[in-house]
Ligand binder design. Sequence first.
Ligand code: NAD
Ligand code: TDX
Length: 346
Amino acid sequence: MRLLVTGGAGFIGSAVVRQAIERRFAVVNLDALTYAACPGNVALVADSPLYCFEKADIRNRAALDRVFEDHQPDVVMHLAAESHVDRSIDGPGAFIETNVCGTFNMLEAALSYWSDRGKPKDFRFHHISTDEVYGSLGLSGRFDEARSYAPTNPYSASKAAADHLVRAWSETYGLPVLISNCTNNFGPYQFPEKLIPMTILNGLAGDPIPVYGTGENVRDWLYVEDHVSALMMVLERGTPGRSYSIGGENEISNIGMVRKICGILDDKRPASAPHNRLITYVDDRPGHDFRYATDPSRIRDELAWRPLVDLEEGLERTIQWYLDNEVWWRELKERDCAHYQRETTW
Ligand code: NAD
Ligand code: TDX
């Protein structure tokens, strides 16, 4: 099975690449290597004869046609995206270009490739999306596949637009697509602009740990390897045209999460305890969604997916990974990562 992965040098995409190679897929990793990419994320598999890298931008249709032609993939998993909400508030243009226009290019390239080959029935275009497309929840309720879309920030609006395009290419042209909408991921190799790695690295450095607003906003967290096992199940056994909600059922407020991380850091670095003295409340994110939570009943009932790593175990593994992999994040610290307004030093 030849799998084309886009965004495979990023956080979740690289976990897909590593797991797919372990399962003996031949993998083509297409990535533009933006500020968020790290080729080291796939170092463990880079020498495998099953692995191949293509530096290409999904905004460039001709480049996509060439990659499809050269590698003849059986299935596609599309993860390449601009992924940070704070950056989308500051500079929405890149989110529209990559997440919307780039997805349009991917669909057109895939449709043309699939049609030219006689529309093989096992071909799949799996679009990896987010629960943020559904907008914000109050204190109760959970998102599922029947929920109406109501995105509230440029990132989530761009992902919602991409989801609509993917569904339209299925309904109109018959392209065998799958869509999955997942909650917040965490784990090794996550770029430190996101809450969990930011808290770990600032905690280790003794720098302020920024908590937006009151810290009462709630997220539902899933360990990245469990997300990837769900993605592989959707790819292999999901029904074309359907979408799948993926969630960890690990709801926690941001301040609760930050305190948990500080507690683990206290155990691992007792000389710097208590780390929660570093917690600093800062201005809220504009349009900050209050709560996300996802009901994963469909993927659980139809595909028998279950997460294997609970929140405590996942946090322990993640924090230990950042402690053991300083070379990885030091290189990112020194990199010029195109700055944005809400940026905090990490
Ligand atoms: P990431 O920012 O870590 O990685 C994104 C990757 O895409 C990078 O390697 C980058 O170089 C590449 N990329 C960006 N623009 C590109 C372009 N124009 N052409 C080619 N490659 C490009 O993101 P992530 O957190 O790994 O998220 C991956 C996907 O999963 C995204 O589609 C995101 O919307 C979705 N998702 C993320 C989460 C989460 O919690 N991180 C949750 C649900 C869904
Ligand atoms: O320094 C911070 N302080 C803080 O309080 C940061 C970076 C974030 N936050 C808050 C904002 C959110 O409520 O923590 C929460 C998590 O923030 P992020 O890590 O930026 O994630 P979020 O905005 O929830 O979006 C993530 O999950 C859905 C990913 O970045 C998206 O790509 C994914 O689709």
